[in-house]
Design a protein around this ligand. Sequence first.
Ligand code: NAD
Length: 495
Amino acid sequence: MAELPKYKMYIDGKWVEAASGEYFESFNPFTGKPWALIPRGGADDAARVAEAAYRAGTKGDWPKLKASQRGALLRKLGDLIARDAEKLAQTEVRDNGKLIAEMGAQLRYIPQWYYYFGGLADKIEGSVIPTDKPEMFNFTRHEPLGPCLLITAWNSPLLLLAYKLGPCLAAGNTAIVKPSEFTSASTLEFAKLVEEAGFPPGVFNVVTGFGNEIGDPLVIHPRVAKVAFTGSERTGAKVYERAAARLKRVTLELGGKSPNIVFADADLDNAMKGAISGIFAATGQTCVAGSRLLVQESIHNEFMDKLVAFAKTARMGDPSKLDTQVGPVTTPPQYKKVLEYIDVAKGEGATCVMGGGPAKRPECGEGWFVEPTIFTGVKNSMRIAQEEVFGPVLSVIPFKDDEDAIEIANDVLYGLAAGVWTQNIRRAMTMAERLQAGTVWINTYRAISYMTPFGGFKHSGIGRENGQEAIRSYMQTKAVWISTATEVPNPFVMR
Ligand code: NAD
């Protein structure tokens, strides 16, 4: 068998192996076979990269650059991503098995994050405070935090990175990126573009490996000032705890169990497409998956007939083909977890009206495919209605009226997103106000932008990414006092 291509990590402007010299395999979810070797970083690599990121942020060219020069570098990086979008998208598809149609669109959109935050870099202004103290000039500066650890999940590696890296570098920090061990290749390819853009060594670094082997040593490393994490609730809670004990700044983007609510007065054809995009797009492997479909009782049966008929036409198969609509699940543990949840739902008494097991179709080859699955008769107290599956499994819950919909929608630990389908503007506005979610979509689903804050209520996370407020979470405010008095007054009394 031909030897697999070996990737290197990017530390301090150099391409390096892990200190251990070890590698692990990265798998293609469509073929089920390994296609690349990724360095298996550990504690020694963590220490090395943390020192490099600290050095680059305190000495050398990066701290001397003007904000507008940082912005120009970010915009140049955006241009390079636009140039190589297709290639990067193909690498992501090979690694995470998501559709080329989806990853291509993401990669063509990602440059906007670097243009937007590049543009914001030189618009971060402090203020002069007309303080009540006599003979005193008082102003504020907004300064970077230091090395920031950016940890990403496997479902959209470069998009999740853009949410973090744009504001991180625009604010003048340095970055240590730790992509998921399942999908490291595209971030390592991306590092080549950062190098080409001309960022000074040590400003942007990528280390690879397993969470407990290199992620945790970085989370607790004294040089790391902030951890920006996207991943599961369980790991997020651990990272939060480990970082809190060392008083680090933390932002967390975690899981969801988002309600997608269809009222009887909705345009049902559009709502049906919204339900499909909420759960079967990206094979359900999206944090904002509309995995709880709440359907008003009076239209339940009519709506379900439409939904099932449409869902049955979804084309499964090779994610690198443009017309494929449902691809494989990304990892073997995730594949197992999705199938286990299908069994849980059956055991709880939900009715499986479509799918309900592994997809053994010829077009699915040896990949980790699960049939798009729909359960009706789900009660909101069931595990299948409360826990994140992160796969193509939809739980349909009937509701009576607006109050009932709100109560069911909010009765869950998560609060990442919610969808509402109605033609009544009063109802839409009430829902937007009362749903406990960081994002509410009315008559649409899965819309995101670099301009719009994104993040979770409740267990779905802490802090917000995207939009102007994101940059503040990568900065700290310093107050400067300058006395214009000719004499220092009584030193024993506070001024
Ligand atoms: P995960 O929690 O298993 O892993 C996420 C990252 O954390 C990986 O890079 C992993 O290596 C790293 N990690 C693991 N243990 C660690 C440790 N002890 N210290 C430091 N890092 C550690 O999540 P996943 O399975 O890769 O991703 C799926 C999850 O991500 C889902 O729950 C999904 O909802 C969530 N997600 C959330 C958003 C959002 O924006 N809210 C976006 C995408 C995915």
